[in-house]
Design a protein around this ligand. Structure first.
Ligand code: PEP
Ligand code: MG
Length: 325
């Protein structure tokens, strides 16, 4: 079956009615299969920089980070590479940086931690900027933003890093594009203010689902309640899709929902047109997009939004998917 999908991997992600989608990949470790799809995707929509931090036994130095990031940026010289600043805490502990908390998912994670330790943030941004000198394709993404002052403080530090690196290399640096992860529900209600501060946003449906439903995404006891197909999650995403379109705020979806056939179809119907996924999903999602029309997706979405349960949503979307395969 995968050979079947693979046949169209180099064709554009375009619906039968001619709408073109951008499909990107999520990456972690630089040396791995994600690179096999290098030419058939539109770039890296999410590079989770925490992985190289997690596998070491101390913080990587600025130069070590420069080397790592350069490999990534140079693998896609003509395409955007969205690098997310360190998102540790929650379910991602660092072996050499103890965090002891009652509620890690509501605690010190992502941008909260790095803004409290600007030296960690600045070293990482400086490394990204240096790695970007030849290619210029770096985009910076901020994880776990829950309020605007975090955005302002991050932008201030990024500006400072640009100035420092520019000074060190003897050349004026332009600030790369900066974006915010939409994964904490509060920030969904400040898209307007975000759009005037940053260049793009990226929706993290994994955490957004966890925080909207108050369900720990890793707790097996409540796993059956964790479902991005919950009609309320879909309504929240739908509303967001309409708002970002009205604001012309460039948005992509990088949570797992974008790499799921049923998920990507609903997201496409909501008006999102850029999706980032594990590279193993790329061929299948592209194949699927090439077989649908936007109008038929609309009616699937309208039905899904009226469903009473995640299960009912799945039944509805799978009925549609079966016709396509
Ligand atoms: C998300 O939360 O949806 C996301 C893409 O980030 P992570 O899974 O790394 O938390
Ligand atoms: Mg997340």
């Amino acid at each position: 079956l995968s050979a079947h999908y693979q046949k169209e991997i180099d064709l554009p992600a375009e619906t039968s009615c001619g709408h073109r989608y951008s499909l990107m990949i999520n990456a972690g470790l630089a040396i791995d299969p994600e690179h096999s799809n290098k030419n058939s995707c539109d770039g890296v929509g999410l590079y989770r920089t925490e992985f190289p931090f997690i596998i070491r036994n101390q913080f990587p130095t600025e130069q070590e980070q420069v080397d790592l990031y350069r490999v990534m940026l140079e693998a896609y010289p003509d395409k955007p590479v969205v690098m997310r600043t360190l998102d540790v805490g929650g379910d991602k502990p660092l072996p050499y940086f103890a965090i002891v908390e009652e509620n890690p998912f509501l605690g010190w994670r992502g941008i909260r931690l790095t803004l409290d330790h600007p030296e960690i943030f600045l070293v990482q941004i400086r490394a990204m900027l240096k790695a970007n000198m030849n290619t210029g394709n770096l985009h910076i993404l901020l994880p776990m933003i829950s309020e605007l002052p975090e955005v302002d403080e991050s932008l201030r530090l990024i500006k400072q890093a640009c100035f420092e690196v520019g000074d060190e290399l003897g050349t004026a640096l332009q600030r790369p594009k900066v974006g915010v992860m939409i994964e904490v529900p509060s920030i969904m209600y400040q898209l307007n203010e975000l759009a005037s501060r940053v260049d793009f946003c990226s929706v993290g449906t994994n955490d957004l689902t966890q925080y909207l439903l108050a369900v720990d995404r890793n707790n097996p006891r409540v796993a059956s309640l964790y479902d991005a197909m919950h009609p309320s999650v879909l309504r929240a995403l739908h509303q967001m899709g309409q708002q970002v379109q009205a604001l012309q705020f460039p948005t992509s979806i990088c949570g797992e929902l974008a790499g799921e056939p049923a998920g990507v179809l609903l997201l496409a119907a909501m008006g999102f047109d850029s999706f980032s996924m594990n590279s193993s999903q790329l061929a299948k999602i592209k194949w699927l997009i090439r077989r649908v029309e936007r109008e038929e997706l609309q009616s699937v979405l309208m039905d899904a939004l009226q469903c009473d349960s995640p299960k009912a949503v799945r039944v509805r979307v799978h009925r549609f998917l079966e016709q396509k395969s």
